[in-house]
Design a protein around this ligand. Sequence first.
Ligand code: HEM
Length: 516
Amino acid sequence: MGGSFLIVLVAVVVLFVLRVLHLCWLSPLRSYNKLKSNGFDGPPPSFPLGNLRDMARKKTNTTKITTTSTTNSMITHDIHSSVFPYFASWSKFYGKVFMYWLGTEPFIYIAEPEFLKQVGSGILGKGWGKPDVFKKDRNPMFGNGLVMVEGEEWVRHRHVITPAFSPTNLKAMVHLMVDSTTKMLDQWSKLVSSGNPEIEVENSLIVTAAEIIARTSFGIDYDNGKEVFNKLREMQRMLFRSHRMVGVPYNRLMHLKQTMETRRLGKEIDNLLESIITSRKASKSGGSRQDLLGLLMADDNSNVNKFTTTELVDECKTFFFGGQETTALALTWTLLLLALHSDWQSTLREEIKQVIGDNGLDHLLDYNMLSRLKKMGWVMNEVLRLYSPAPNIQRQAREEIRTGGKTIPKGTNLWIDVVSMHHDPELWGSDVNEFKPERFKDDVHGECKHKMGFLPFGFGGRMCVGRNLSTMEYKIVLTLILRRFSFKVSPSYYHSPTSLLSLRPGHGLPLIFQTL
Ligand code: HEM
C-alpha cells in the first residue's frame, strides 16, 4: 500500500516537473526558433522570465531621471524613451519591428505603420484576438464585454452595441455631462475664491469622468449609486497596483491574495449591476431609459439583438472601464498643454464665444454646436497624438499570418507601440514633438505620412466604439472649463508621463487657476 502510494507520488512529481520544463523552457524555445527562422530578431530572452528583468531594470533607471524635472521650460513632449525605455533602447538595435518576450510569451513589437497595415491585410478583424496572457487579469474589469470578446461573438456584440452610440442617442446625454461637470467646476470656483488657486486636476477629472460614464452607461450618479461606483473605482485601483510577472508560468500563485481579492470585488460588482438590470427588466420602462444600458435593453422586436443579463453586466463594466479613464486623461493632458500654451486657451475661448455665445447659459450647449468647435477638435487630436491615453494596442494571432515573406505563427502576440508612432519624426516631420494643433486643420490624420501612423482610437473593425461619446464629453468639459477659468502650470508639477494601462501623469497635474 505504502509502496504504491510512493509510486503514484513520484509519478505525479515527475509529471509536474516535466510540465514545468515544457512550459518554462521547451515550448518557448521552440517558438523562439520558429520566429527567428521567420526573420524576427530581438533582445535575447532568458526563460522563464523572457526579457522581463531587462525591462524592469531599464524602467527603474529612467524613472530616477524623469522625476527630477520641474520648470516649464524643461517639459518635453519627446516622451517615448521615458514611457517605454526598454522599447526605445531595443529599437535602436533591432529597428521598428522585433521580437521580445514577456516571460514565456512571444511578442512582436510593431512601431512601423506599413508593417501593421500588411499584417492587418493578412487577417480578418475576427481573426484577431486579445492576448490570453492579459485576459485573465482584466476579466474582472471587462468580462466578455466588447473589448475582450472574439470571433463571431465579437461580430454579434459590435452589431448590437454600435447603434447605441449613434448621434441621436448621444444628443440625449448632453445635459448629464453638463450637470456633472458643473458640479466639479463649482468646487473649483469655491477653492479659487477661498484663496486656494492650486488644484490637482487629474484626480478631479477622473472622478467627474467616472460619474459621467456611470450615468451615461447605466444611469447611476454618485449620490444614488455610491456602492457600485466606489467598488468600480476600488477595482481599478487594485488592478493598477498589480505588478505581476506577466507571462511567467504560475505567476498567479505569487499574488494569490490579490488575485482572490480582485475576483471577490469583481463578483460583488457583477451582483450589484445584475440587480440594477433585473429591476429595470421588471419595471418594464427600464428599456426606455436613454442611457447605454437602456438602449441595449430596448425592445426592438428583434430577438437577434438581445443580450443576456450576464452579457449586459459585462458591457456595463466595459463601458465604465473603457470609457472613463481614457477620456479623463485626454482632458488632463489637454489642460497641461493649454496651460503651457495660453495662446491656444485664448483661441479656443474665442471659438466658443463665436459658436456658443458668452451669455453663460451652459444648458444651451447642444450636440450640433459641439461639432462646430473645429479648433477644439484639432487640439483634441494633437493632444491624443502627443499623449495618447491608450499608449499601446495588443493583439494575438488566432491563425497563422503571412505577410511580406514572413510568417507570424498562430498564438504570437503583437504589441503596437502607439507612443512611438505618434512621436516618429519620419512620419510627422522634424516638429514632431511640438504642440501644433493646426496640423489637423485640413487633414484628419494630421499630415502624418502614413494613414496607420495616427491611432488614438485603434484601427480597423475594432476601432473604439465610444469615440463620438468621448469627443462630445471632451468638448463639453473643456468648453465649460475655458468659459470659467484661465490656468497655468504649478511650479510643483513634475513631468513624468507613465504607462499604467493608460498614459497618465506620474505625479498628478497641479494647475493654478484664475477665475475669468
Ligand atoms: C479619449 C477617449 C478614448 C480613447 C483614447 C479610447 C481608445 C480606444 C482604443 C485605442 C481602442 C482599441 C483597442 C484595441 O483595438 O484593442 C478602444 C476600443 C474600445 N473603446 Fe475606447 N477610447 C476612448 C473612449 C471610450 C469610451 C467613452 C467608451 C465607452 C463608453 C469606449 C469603449 C470602447 C470599447 C467598448 C472598445 C472595444 C471596441 C471593439 O473591440 O470592438 N472608449 N478605445
